[in-house]
Design a binder for this molecule. Sequence first.
Ligand code: NI
Length: 181
Amino acid sequence: MIYPIVIFGSETLRKPSVELTPDYPELPKLIEDMFLTMSSAEGVGLAAPQIGKNIRLFVVDCSPWAEDDPACQDFRRAFINPEIYEVSEQTDLFNEGCLSLPGLHEDVRRPVAIRMRYLDEQFVEHDEEFDGYRARVIQHEYDHLEGKVFTDRLSPLRRQLLKSKLLGMAKGKYRAAYKTK
Ligand code: NI
């Protein structure tokens, strides 16, 4: 099933998410549906809070960027209970968007590389380093689990300039080519 996507202004996007346990009901189906929801909305990442579930789970599919970054080839994964425990000092800017903030794109500064522990769909533990586009998407989705969205990372001045747009969005003034709620 394709889930409607929760839009900025909803409390769900602001609540920190809780850890997942292996007995979570129908987890494989949920993950499959998250991939489906993400691809039908043409997203490269989707976090569980964006479909109304405050659990520590997100899916990523970087393959649309494979031409620019070979590491993105077939990079299609689910991440459970992730923990970013190290970030690079070096940062860069990247123009981000979010399915929960339709129509908004802003340059966001983030570390270029991260180290992260996480569980895969089979609850096998991994400890891995990511950089480039993969690190970018992962950090964006990880923020959702912490109750953050990318506009939180903009300068106070930039946020001030976007204030009325964001307020409008929260009140339903937006256009999206996918189901929202
Ligand atoms: Ni997002």
